[in-house]
Ligand binder design. Sequence first.
Ligand code: ATP
Ligand code: MG
Length: 394
Amino acid sequence: MKEILLCKYGELTLKGLNRGYFEKLLRREMEKRLKLAGHFSVSAMQSTIYVVPQDEVADIDEALRLCRKIFGITAVARAAETEKDIEAIKALAKVYLPPFLKPYSTFKADARRSDKRFPLTSPQISAQVGGAVLESMPRLKVEMTHPDVTVMTEIREEKAYLHAGSFPGAGGMPSGSNGKGLLLLSGGIDSPVAGFMMAKRGVTIEAVHFESYPYTSDQAREKVIELARLVSEYCGRIRVHVISLTHLQETLRDTCNEEYFTLLLRRSMMRLAERVAEATYCQALITGEAVGQVASQTMQALGVTDSVVSRPVFRPCIGMDKEEIITIARRIGTFETSILPYEDCCTVFTPRHPKTRPDLEKVLAEEKKYDFAALEDEAFASRYAVDADAYEGL
Ligand code: ATP
Ligand code: MG
């Protein structure tokens, strides 16, 4: 029996004239990633993308897992293929569907017919297939309004397909369809989630990570690269620019009024991030901040850090509780890595009494005491890039 995947894309269909472009991006991404599962063909027809194994060894389970991580796909159904003949369809329903229907007690049969020449109407097909299901699983009950599961027959151009519902996909929009953003990526829980959420909207992600070696360790940096790699499972390669803030932080540690230490540091990070964004053609900055989470994330503090950059700063976690962010981190698979206990440059030399309601005038006065231009030039010159790519070599 031949199984294929039917992938649905939701929002793309709303995009009118751009639809062809979105569809092409999506197909290209699918073709690339599916190589990991073997030889598959990918073709689009009537708002569905068909993923069809091309030989015996193509791994349909792996293909399903991969497709569910591709942004732009809202649902994936695993379907069996047969001839466009009602007897063949019924015979297939009897052997193919029972294992999928086992956990349920009620079902509904539905049918879609894109080939209108097929001799039976959709309700007639549904009735016949529903009957075949009941013959092989008499304990099941038909339930038209709230069935546990819907059995679907699709009569397409060439063949007929049968499946028992679909798995949710990653949703969102295809990678690369909505510009490029620079993610400020720390080793924490929030920033990988923020990167994921923007990537989900089709934004290509580039990242910058600030370190303070040797106060921060090699493991701390490797953890961040690993986080980027985990997010890249969804959005493809993420180039991480690593910048050393050691000298800048030592300078602040030695002389800065501790109330302003974190604010000045964060303003420097934002200016440096904007330089990276400029050099890499990123149109926006992305951070994992949430209002009130820590002292540097009060409204006033966010205002003080934002005022040094001209690009928009996107903070997709801004209105979320930590628990909500953690739920996403767990779902996307970054949580366990995020909680590995390595120091981040933000936590070395952390002052005990940061300012939570900073006054911009006073921050500016404190900032004037330092030659930030020189310190930032030095930091910027230290940068190097590491590629994090779960699909390396494809
Ligand atoms: P996260 O917010 O990712 O859980 P965190 O809570 O340790 O990490 P915060 O101190 O809350 O980090 O910093 C707020 C945001 O600033 C982060 O979400 C991230 O976008 C950015 N940031 C913090 N530290 C770094 C760093 N070392 N390199 C790059 N960006 C950073
Ligand atoms: Mg945080």
